[in-house]
Design a binder for this molecule. Structure first.
Ligand code: ZN
Length: 269
């Protein structure tokens, strides 16, 4: 409960700071769409929290202003606004466009499907993607893992609780020997985001397992080294370095050593 109160206070502070900043030069956050007004208001507050969470890790001004969030009122409208790629239609939210045009489109179903914490985590994940706009490419697991890391950073839940069934293969002895391969799959709602009883089983075909492992890889790196080094690793790779070169440069061990350490760490969760 202490957490809930702390989060509530964070939300109020974030909203206040948004109002203050908005007063001195352009809107910080723009939430629009055909969704009901109460959702627009709720997402305005959540976007303020997300912006604060992202900047806390990635630095002030990490996210271009304004942070634009679009809330379509129907799944059909969501499909229209996100280009209709079938793979995106199951995602709770999608970042579309790039650079100044980049904005977050939230699936209307996520209001009912996700808990308030889950909605916040999804939005913070997407705002992290906004902060990565214009950066060089990184492997999927690093970009998605960092977005998840930013979203769950202040959670009091144990890693195993957030990862849910994604750790089942590890417990069955299948310890990964390579970084997660996410391909170009969209974000599936994680177990922490699912509402209702027994909802911690991802849907069949869900990509949550890969995202959870990507998040756990980032959590391992931050816990074993530091958050600063995790962010630096991203920056060095986004700057054009390979992981094989960047890992020793930033972490002081070989990529193989980091991978082996991660695999061992996973078995302790
Ligand atoms: Zn993502």
């Amino acid at each position: 409960m202490r957490t809930t109160r702390a989060r509530g206070r964070g939300a109020v502070l974030a909203v206040l700071s948004v109002l203050v900043l908005a007063g001195c030069g352009g809107a910080e956050i723009q939430v629009s769409g055909t969704a009901p007004g109460e959702r627009i208001e709720a997402y305005e507050a959540m976007a303020g929290v997300a912006l604060g969470q992202v900047e806390d890790l990635w630095g002030e001004d990490a996210v271009a202003r304004p942070v634009e969030v679009v809330l379509p009122g129907s799944a059909a409208e969501f499909a229209e606004l996100t280009g209709g790629a079938p793979a995106s239609q199951e995602a709770p939210a999608v970042t579309v466009g790039s650079l100044d045009e980049a904005h977050v489109v939230v699936h209307p179903d996520s209001w009912d499907r996700l808990t308030p914490e889950g909605r916040q985590a999804v939005l913070t994940h997407e705002v992290t993607h906004l902060s990565m706009q214009g950066d060089g490419g990184v492997p999927g697991w690093l970009g998605e893992g960092l977005a998840e890391y930013t979203a769950h950073r202040t959670s009091d839940l144990a890693p195993a609780a957030i990862a849910g069934s994604a750790l089942d293969p590890v417990r069955a002895g299948q310890v990964p020997t390579d970084w997660p391969d996410l391909g170009s799959a969209p974000v599936a709602p994680g177990p922490v985001g699912a509402a209702g009883d027994g909802a911690d089983e991802p849907a069949e075909g869900s990509t949550w397992g890969g995202y959870a492992l990507a998040w756990l890889a980032c959590l391992y790196l931050a816990d074993t080294w530091s958050e600063e080094q995790l962010v630096e690793l991203y920056e060095v790779v986004a700057g054009g370095s390979t992981l094989t070169d960047a890992v020793p440069q930033v972490l002081g061990v070989s990529e193989a050593e980091a991978l082996a350490g991660w695999g061992e760490w996973l078995t302790t969760l």
